[in-house]
Design a protein around this ligand. Sequence first.
Ligand SMILES: Cc1ncc(COP(=O)(O)O)c(C=O)c1O
Length: 470
Amino acid sequence: MTQALKKNMSDTTGYAEEDLRALEEKYCSYGDTVHYMEKPKFFSSCEGSYLYDAAGTPFLDLQMWYSAVNFGYRNPRLNAVAHRQLDTLPQVASQYLHREKVELAALIAQDAERKFGLKGRVHFNVGGAQAIEDSLKLVRNYTGGKSLMFAFEGGYHGRTLGASAITSSYRYRRRFGHFGERAQFIEFPYHFRGPKGMSKEEYGHYCVQKFARLFETEYNGVWDFKAKKAEYAAFYVEPIQGTGGYVIPPLNFFSELKKVLDQYGILMVVDEIQMGVYRTGKLWSIEHFGVKPDVIVFGKAITNGLNPLSGLWAREEMINPTIFPPGSTHSTFASNPMGTSVALETMKMLEEEDFETQVAQKGARFLDGIRELQKKHKIIGDVDGLGLALRIEVCKKDGFTPDKEMMDWIAEEGMKADMVVNGKKHGLVLDIGGYYKNVITLAPALTISNDEIDLALRLLDELFTRAEKR
Ligand SMILES: Cc1ncc(COP(=O)(O)O)c(C=O)c1O
C-alpha cells in the first residue's frame, strides 16, 4: 500500500466497525445481495488488484466488482480524467451537449462501423439493466411492439422488471408478477454439463438445430407460415455467459445461430455488459464469433466502475431520429459528464495500448495455472477461459456433481485473510456464479501482473488444499 493511500485512510474518521454493523442492520435494506454472506466484509481502500480492510490487510481481488474495474482500482490515468472533469464540467442537464458525450459516441460507432461494416448510433444510460430496458424499447419499437424475446438458459440481463423478464432465473421475478416482456429460454451449449459423446462444436450445432426446429411447423408456437412472421422480436445473448458461470460456447455457435435468426427476421441483441471492454481480449466478446450484431449493450468497465455509465449501440435502421425521435426515452443522469469523460479516456487508452495481446498472454498464464490446480485437486471439475474471463467449477470428489456448499465455504475462507505469503497475511476475493452456484467466476484486473497471477494461483491452491482437508 502506498504512503499516500495510508495517509488518506488515516484521515477518515467515524464509527467503529461494530457500530456501523448495528446501523446497517437497522437502516439498510437487505434487498441487495450483501446478506448472502453471514458477516459481510467492510473495506476501506483499494489500489490496483487489491482491496484493503481498515487494518491494511491486502485482499487480492479476482472478481473486480463483477468485472466493472477491468483496469485496476484507482487507475491513475482514468482517475486523473475524473478529477479534471470534476473541476471543469461535472454536471450538465441531458438536454444540452458536452464534448465528451459526442466524442465517445463517435468512437464507439466508428469502431462498430470498422468491425461490422454497419452504420449505427449510441444511446447512453447509467446502469446495465437500464440500458437493457432501452434496448427493449428499441426492439419493441422497431418490430411493431412485439414483447416476446428469446434468451438463454443461464442468461442474466439485470434486475429491473424488463431485464429480469428476459433473465433465466424465475427467482428474480417470483415476487413481482409479470409486467410486459416474456422470454422463451433456449438451451446454451454448456459443454461440461451437456450430453455425453458430443464435441464442443457438435453440441453448439445441436443447440442451434434444436432452436431452428421451433420454426419448422406453426405448431411449435413461434412462426406464422402464412404471414411469414415470428411472434418473437429478438434473441438476447451473452456471448460468454457471465452470472451463468463464465460458460464459453464453441466458436461456430453464434454464426450458425445468426443464420437462423436472419432467416426468420429475428434481431440479435448482444449483452456485453460483463464480457465487453476487453474482459475476453476484445472490445466486444462477440468479435470472437464473426457475426454482425443488431444491438450491443454495454456498461460496467467502460468507466472502470468509476462513475456509472451504460449504453447501447444499434444499427441505424433501428435508432435513426425518425424511428426513435427525441423523448423516446430519458434519464436525468444518462450521458452524465463524469461518466462520459472517463469512458472516453477508457476508449482512447484501449486504442493506444495493446490490451488484446496482454489479455491473451495473461489469460493463457492464468489458465495454465488453474489447469495445474485441476490436476492436483479432485474437487475441481472443469476449468476454462477466454482472455481473462476464467472459470473453476467446484464439484464433489467425482469431479462432476456440483458442490455449492463447498463453493460457499471456499469463498468465505478466502475472506478470512489468514493465508500467509512472504510473511504477510492475504485475503482472496472471489465471486460465485453458475447454473448450480458452484463456479468461481474469475475476473481479475486486466492490468494484473504476472507476480499477482502467481500469487492468485498460490492462494487458490491453499484454499483448495484446505477445502479437501475439511
Ligand atoms: C451480462 C449482464 N447484463 C446485465 C447486467 C446488469 O447490469 P447492472 O447490474 O449494471 O444493472 C449484468 C450485471 O452483472 C450482467 O452481467
